[in-house]
Design a protein around this ligand. Sequence first.
Ligand code: FE2
Length: 275
Amino acid sequence: MKSRQAKFKEDGFLVLDGFHTPASCDALMKRGQELAASFDFKGHPSVFQTDQQTRTSDDYFLDSGDKISFFFEKDAFDQQGKLKGDLFHSLNKVGHALHDLDPVFESFSRSPQLKQLALDLGLDDFLIIQSMLILKHARIGGVVDVHQDSTFLYTEPDTCVGFWFALEDATKENGCLWAMPGGHRTTLRSWFKRKAGGGTEFVTFDPAPLSMEGMVPLEVRKGTCIVLHGLLPHYSLPNTSGRSRQAYAIHAIDGKARYPEENWLRRDMSGLKGF
Ligand code: FE2
C-alpha cells in the first residue's frame, strides 16, 4: 500500500475517512454557532463574495487575519440592507484565526492525529496560518469557483497546504469539493494580493484557465479530513439541498519559505505556531 505521502504527491489530495469523531465535529459546529450568536454585526456588514472579481476588499476582510471575523452570504441582505434570514443562516464563513484564538477550535486544529499526519507528510516544520469555518447552509450556501489555495496564501517557494474537515456528510447535492487527481501538477495561475494604494488585486502569473476536465466529486462522510495541495484546482457547487454542509479548513505554510507582506492575510509571523 502506498504511504500517505506518496499518495498525496501523486494525487495532490488525500481523503482520510474517520479522522475526527462525529462528537468532535458536533462540538466544533456548536462552538461556531455560539461565536456567531455573539457577533454584533450592526454597522459593519462585510459580505464575502465568492466571485473573484467582486471579492470584498474592505478593511474588515483585510484585518481578519488575526481575528475571529464573520462573513455574510452574497444575498444575505435585502434592498433596504436588512438581513433576509436569521443571523447564523446568513453567514458564509467565520475566519481567519479561530485556531489560535478559540480553545475549542484550537484543540480541533492541533489534534494528535493531525500532528501525526503532518509528520507523515513531511510537514512538521509547517505553521498554521489560517482557519475558516465554512457554513454552506442548506439552500443558501453559494458556489466557490475553481481556484488554487496558493493564490490566497502565496509563499516563495510555493508551500501552502490545506486541511479540510467535513463536519457533516458532504455530497454532490449539498456542495462537496471537486478536484482532479494529479491536478496539482500545474502552474500557479494568480496571486490575490494587496495593492500598493489600498484594496486588493489578482496578479496573473499564467493566463491559462484552470482545467475543469477530469474533476471528480469528493463525497465524504462527517469527520473526514481532505488534505489539499496548494496548487490543486478545486471548487464546490452551491448547496441546493435541504441539508447543510459545514466544513472547517486550516491552511499551513512552511516556516522557512518567504511569506510576502503583500499577501492579503497578515499575521505577526513570529507568533505563528505549528501543529
Ligand atoms: Fe480552497
